[in-house]
Write a protein that binds this ligand. Structure first.
Ligand SMILES: [Fe+2]
Length: 145
């Protein structure tokens, strides 16, 4: 593993919408679970824990991406269609990861690295960039009382 760092949420990741920030923090927790796994590659529960973490990534679709999509639609956020495409790519990738986790011939250490790369990219390019780009000042003004 080349990248088993810890992800620490800070204000620079904030989209200034509490409920969405809380969901994004949960994603950081999942990314950190992968890092922890890669720090203990010889653990007897490695395979099982990795599968559970991939299931967490799938749950994140229901617990976060869907409600974020409702928010983006409700406030006519910039680049809505493009944003949905990005979320659909997430859905497809998680489907692929789940199917690899079910395959007996899969190298789980390799799979863990793939998951780590995916979660890191989602933080760096989606949460840190795309979500903030869509939820800009125009949207935040609509939320003011
Ligand atoms: Fe998003």
């Amino acid at each position: 593993m080349t990248n088993n760092k810890k992800f620490v949420w800070n204000e620079s990741y904030s989209v200034k919408v509490h409920v969405l920030d809380e969901q994004h923090k949960k994603f950081f927790d999942i990314a950190n679970q992968i890092s922890d796994l890669l720090n203990n590659p010889n653990s007897s529960t490695f395979k099982h824990s990795l599968t559970l973490t991939i299931i967490e990534l799938a749950r994140y679709v229901i617990n976060s991406l869907c409600s974020e999509e409702d928010f983006l639609k409700k406030y006519s956020c910039k680049g809505y269609e493009d944003h949905l495409i990005s979320h659909d790519c997430y859905r497809e990738k998680v489907k692929e990861l789940l199917s690899k986790a079910r395959n007996e011939t899969t190298d789980f250490y390799e799979l863990a690295n793939e998951v780590a790369e995916f979660t890191q990219n989602w933080i760096d390019y989606h949460i840190a960039y795309k979500d903030k780009e869509s939820i800009d000042g125009t949207v935040l003004n609509k939320l003011l009382p």
